[in-house]
Design a protein around this ligand. Structure first.
Ligand SMILES: [Zn+2]
Length: 135
């Protein structure tokens, strides 16, 4: 079955609120990074586990066509029944994958922050989440 993704104002609002209020996300707040928030109808799984959300970097070769640097996708069938708080926690997790760095010329460069990065782990542990099945 083909996957359909549509922009979600609801997820954009959750993310905007987190970016404004969560200190962990200050590098995003202080950058020009552009993030699309999408709702997918796919029941995505990975290695047999349900995937709730995913953060994807838009490849540089598509920059001419796509006005975003990252896309955060939430898999709607897999988060059915999530309350507002759990959705916020999921969105925080996905936003933590958005890496904003500066190159030697002081220009912003963007990379996906992997799960095994020490910072990522310590923040996740601080929030007391088991996100083994989160994308
Ligand atoms: Zn993740």
């Amino acid at each position: 079955m083909a996957e359909t993704r549509v922009p979600s104002e609801r997820y954009a609002a959750i993310a905007d609120d987190l970016i404004e209020h969560e200190g962990w996300l200050a590098p995003i707040a202080h950058s020009d990074v552009r993030i699309a928030y999408l709702s997918s109808d796919a029941k995505k799984t990975s290695h047999g586990k349900m995937v709730f959300g995913q953060c994807e970097k838009v490849p540089d070769r598509y920059k001419w066509a796509v006005p975003y640097d990252f896309a955060i996708v939430i898999y709607e069938p897999n988060v059915a029944g999530f309350g507002e708080e759990r959705l916020r926690t999921l969105m925080l997790h996905e936003l933590m994958h958005v890496g904003v760095y500066a190159n030697e010329d002081g220009e912003e460069v963007y990379k996906i922050v992997p799960h095994d990065l020490e910072d990522f782990r310590s923040i996740v542990e601080c929030f007391g989440m088991d996100w083994a099945s989160a994308g």
